[in-house]
Write a protein that binds this ligand. Sequence first.
Ligand SMILES: [Zn+2]
Length: 394
Amino acid sequence: MPQLTLESLSGWIEAEMPAIETALRDLVHINTYTQSPERVEQGMLYLESLVKHLGFTSERINQKHRLIHSGNHKGPRVMLISHMDTVHAPELDFDHYTPHGDGFVSGAGVGDIKGGLVMGLWAMKAISQMLTDFDLCMVVSADEEQGSPSLCDWLAEPTAHQANYGIGLEPGFPQGPLTPTVNLGVVYQRRGYSAIDFTVQGVSAHSGHPHLGLNAIEALARRIVELHKLNDWEHHIAVNVGLVSGGTSPNTVPGSATANVSFRTMTHEGANQTMQQILDILERPHLIQGELQDRCSYTITTHLPPMEDRAENWKLVNIVLDEAIRLRQPVVAIVRGGGSDVNHFSASGIPCICGMGAPSEDIHTLQEKIYLPVLFERINLLTATVYRLLTEHP
Ligand SMILES: [Zn+2]
């Protein structure tokens, strides 16, 4: 019979602390570098053993990702969104869970995202002792740091994930240096990010006879000038050509040149419109010389849709802010520039938030650290938020 309540939750978490820290330490000690699928799978196998021990079940999505189930599938479904991979290569020798004695702990992925992973697992454990009928899942990507290429369609498809709410376990970002009392952000909006590689073909010729060739570098440069005119800060549209190369020698009219253009937007409409404008600029010939004209081919290498600022997301944000006040935790609503799997999930139109994971600093660097006492407190905030979504669903 469920007996745990919101009121008794903090005492319960205190009793669970050693087990939570052991799971976190074990996870950090398994290197799960995103470029190494075997290592990520090792982490997944450890996760499966934890999940089994906690009494939940897990299934694979597209072979390598995991979907963890708790509850009896009755009522609304809350989906926690997490990942197993990290950006830390094994050669960096950073896979040591290192407590600094003052509550701070460093190590590979301790904040992004293994702290968030254990928070999600223990929120599931708490909920299973609070409710009889419920449906709480956690999706764990094997390659979020590469944009989850084989999970993004699942995340964006409501009939696939069947969730009514999504909560991203990416780090809770401190609004200033990470201290025990700093404000942590709950994310209601993230910009989208897309990148396109393109190659411009001209006609090479001896530089002494430029009229016989078609300069691909010039044709590329003309495109760059037009692409950059799409920048529109007022509407949060940022376009940048950040890489170019081309030509074979100083004495040759270059026949080929390549570049990468990327852009960031706040809305789906902005993303679609900007993508179309960019492709128009790329496809149109920019140098015409007699019979000759340049051509351009391209590949869209990244397309992360924006997590839009939607009224439905604010229902979740307001619950988090309410519960944070009740629990006396400093939390504020924020917008983040970078993307996460929640961007893909958001494209499914289901209300979601992100940044509910570990209080972290310097993620993706060799200084990555968390503040453990607040991580424990935030399991309470996460659980209370999930509890209210499950029990107050209309
Ligand atoms: Zn992450």
